[in-house]
Ligand binder design. Sequence first.
Ligand code: GLU
Length: 419
Amino acid sequence: MKSQTPFKNYQTNLRKAGKILDLTAKEILALETPDRVIKKDLTIKTESGKSKKFTGYRVQFNNARGPYKGGIRFHPDADLDEVKALAAAMAIKCAVVNIPLGGAKGGVQFDPKSASKKDIEKITRAWTHAMAGFIGKDKDIPAPDVYTTPEIMSYVMDEFEKTVGRSEPGVVTGKPLSLGGSEGRGTATAQGGAYVLNELLSVMEIRQKKLRIAVQGFGNAGYNIARILHEAGHKIVAISDSKGGIYDATGFDPQEIFATKKEKGALPSGPELLQSGARVISNEELLVCDCDVLIPSALDNQIRADNAGAIKAKIVLELANGPTTPEADDILAKRGITLVPDVLANAGGVTVSYFEWVQNGMNFYWTEQEVLEKLKPIMQKSFTDVWMLSKTHGITLRDAAFMIGVKRIRDAMQARGRI
Ligand code: GLU
């Protein structure tokens, strides 16, 4: 059920923050208008010899604080409205963690699960070739997002460098280490989320050692947050992927589940694979399952007015972008459920992308420990700023995060004389 489009959700969040900040109508309009929307027809010759057409997007939302930054999504739902909402969220996110970058997002609307590896490479190269005049290390820097990987970022770098005729590793982040990627980038979204969750638990004075965690989504963010929190001693009671989930009150070992998924292509489901007491659940059931912390780590529009009332978790940590609608936000807030918004909770990914871009620029690379030592204080300070502001104004963490992000972008636009 799509109550509002993702971009309308962004506008609702923006206007709420704008009201508290006393923004003018002109300022609001400037913050809901993308700088540039690029739409290109991409034609590839598939492995089967047929010619196939796709639509490639890049929405460059705002660059007042620095070059445009944000991932590329390959997904059947990645239409212009969604890409625009995700681009806006990137601008807010970079401002919340105060890294000197703007916001953008790219997308190709297709199902990568039904395309061959070679065809995905061709689509990536076609997208990059079409966008080569718009991206670059000082212009706009793509990165991975849903169903795009470090391998795909290698093709972006290679195709871009071939097109422009020079080496420029900083044109894209989330690359493999062999091509100038950063240590820690692969697990950064989850690691950043874990740092934020720890801060939240400490200010909420939750000292419980074994929290029951439910994770929706088993991609890069979902798998890694489950692994990190399991290693920290918490109980991962529910896990799901796009096909469905599994629940076990005694807890799963995410690494075992990962191994099964890798081997069989699906989460364990047969009785022989499930530990005693475990059961198969749907993605809908996962959201309302018995747990302390719910971590949506897949797609947008999951927690809505029709299911927010049934959520049992006390904390929601948004590792996905846009998983909660504004109506659901209100319901959760009224029910006393603390939600850490995407623009803060999943900002570890773009923060380490920023580190990768910095390292590419100076051609000098940090160890994983150095990366983590830089990531942790950024996430902790960002959390504290958002938390304190939410307490001062008696508002949700999303509204507080938006206030911080929106104000920083507005100030940068104002300083440039754009508004
Ligand atoms: N796709 C990630 C996000 O939504 C990372 C973006 C980046 O590293 O630029 O935050």
